[in-house]
Ligand binder design. Structure first.
Ligand code: BG6
Length: 488
């Protein structure tokens, strides 16, 4: 459907940006925080940079919030570090950790910025891993529930939007990449056991939020990568559907319907998988009624029928040089491939703003729940230019087209209440440290050289500020005048 007018964003739409504790805070061993597994990875696994500094948000948070306010932010989505709040297995709450987040939340509230808070974003405390084996042991369910309750109790008076676990689906699908498969010798089966434990943690957090936070709302954060069929060949359609099921739909169905789908139950049966569901588990899950879905959507993928060979689950591009990505071909399941109709970033991520509209429509049609965008973003190689600035027109293009497509989805009838892209300041990428930058504010440091960490507003900062301040009406110039995305 071609719309004749620009989309209208609802009053109070939450324009903002997004981050995660370990990717932005630094100060990993300050203020009583103890280490998380991801910190250790960062020290040993190049090209990770060292989390102990990251963007040094821990020491710059007031300056960062002031910049958000200057930009006109209505919301900011960030995560809490479990090991900053509960540093050890004795469950003692760390007052310095609580004080840090109180400082951040208070600064946001004072600036008129709605905090949207993720409980868990990839940073498993070392003590949980050492004591219990992380997500592999059901003992984590009680620990996670306890941690969630501490968060609701301390911050629930000011934080009304809560997110449970970031991209649980991606953590399971790409277990090696995000470290969740550590210590598992049969990930093919164990991933479903780990996933079930995560579902219980999510459920406990949802239930506790509703019990403890007055007016609190909570949702999951699926990493949503819509899969288009590679052709109209019927087998490709099924390949694409299988990919959609096995990378995201299984998770979304569980969150919304609060029971496992027949698809996944049949999949387990066919593959002799025992997810180790215990008596009473499904009753807990059934009580965890979510209020909204937080959607992370950067890109789309293209699915087809696999051939009989088996390629690794995914070979992510770690070099930042186009073409370094290995698409999976999972015999009997699905294959993914390069979509020739869209451009890619230097990390081979499809740049597909229409996928945002598609995803929102798809999720709305399936689940009829309000949604907030909690991630989308453009990773790029960047450094200060000779003029001391960053002219990131590619990011403006990306954000403009993604935001516009959210507007179109709203006009199509979808209930979306915010756009919080990744990220406000530069921060550590999961696999590429500072070499892959996402911010609309440059942080002056690199993986190789620790610099002064000074903040510089990129061109995209000014562009986004105009968009926010006009509640989605000032696109820089008329949208019709912008040339087609990526065709410049
Ligand atoms: C999201 C994660 O999936 O993708 C973020 O929630 C991550 O933590 C973002 O940083 C971008 O991915 P990457 O690998 O480029 O950092």
């Amino acid at each position: 459907m071609k719309h004749k007018t620009h989309p209208i964003f609802p009053e109070g739409f939450l324009w903002g940006a997004s981050s995660a504790a370990w990717q932005v805070e630094g100060a990993t061993l300050e203020g009583g925080r103890t280490q998380a597994i991801i910190d250790l990875n960062s020290q040993t696994k190049k090209p990770y940079t060292d989390n102990s500094i990251a963007s040094d948000h821990y020491h710059h948070y007031l300056e960062d919030v002031a910049l958000m306010k200057e930009c006109g932010f209505k919301s900011y989505r960030f995560s809490l570090s479990w090991s900053r709040i509960i540093p050890a297995s004795d469950r003692k709450v760390n007052p310095e950790g609580i004080a840090f987040y109180n400082g951040l939340i208070n600064a946001l509230v004072e600036a008129g910025i709605e905090p949207i808070v993720t409980l868990y974003h990839y940073d498993m405390p070392c003590w949980v891993d050492e004591q219990y084996g992380g997500w592999r042991n059901r003992a984590i369910i009680e620990e996670f529930e306890y941690y969630s309750k501490v968060c609701f109790e301390n911050f629930g008076d000011r934080v009304k939007y809560w997110l449970s676990i970031n991209e649980q689906n991606m953590q399971i699908v790409y277990g090696d990449w995000l470290g969740v498969s550590k210590g598992c010798d049969n990930w093919f089966e164990q991933k479903w056991q780990v996933n079930h434990i995560m579902n219980l943690c999510h459920a406990k957090a949802v239930i506790a939020c509703h019990e403890m936070v007055e007016g609190g709302k909570i949702g999951p954060v699926p990493g949503y990568v819509p899969i288009y069929p590679a052709s109209a060949r019927p087998e490709d359609q099924i390949g694409a559907m299988n990919a959609e099921e096995l990378t995201q739909k299984i998770w979304d169905d569980l969150y919304v319907y609060r029971e496992y789908s027949t698809f996944v139950k049949n999949y387990w049966k066919e593959n002799n998988i025992d997810p180790q569901i215990q008596e009473g588990d499904m009753e807990i899950i059934a009580q965890a009624k979510i209020d909204f879905i937080a959607v992370n959507c950067y890109r789309s993928d293209m699915g087809s029928a696999p051939d009989d060979t088996y390629t690794q689950a995914i070979g992510l591009n770690k070099s930042g040089i186009k073409g370094d990505f290995t698409y999976p071909n999972l015999a009997g399941e699905y294959a993914l491939g390069r979509n020739p109709f869209v451009e890619v970033t230097d990390w081979d991520w499809h740049i597909d703003p229409v996928s945002m509209r598609y995803s929102l429509r798809y999720l709305w049609d399936h689940y009829h729940l309000p949604m907030v965008i909690t991630e989308a973003g453009y990773g790029a190689h960047e450094d200060l230019g000779e003029d001391g600035k960053i002219h990131d027109n590619y990011r403006i293009d990306y954000l403009r087209e993604y935001a516009y497509n959210i507007g179109l989805a709203i006009q199509d009838g979808v209930d979306v209440f915010g756009f919080n892209f990744w990220s406000f300041t530069d921060l550590l990428s999961t696999g590429n440290g500072m070499a892959k930058r996402y911010g609309i504010v440059f942080v002056n440091t690199t993986d190789e050289e620790l610099r002064d960490l000074k903040r510089y507003k990129k061109d995209s900062f000014y562009w986004y500020s105009n968009l926010i301040k006009s509640n989605g009406q000032n696109w820089g110039k008329d949208m019709e005048e912008w040339r087609l995305f990526a065709k410049k």
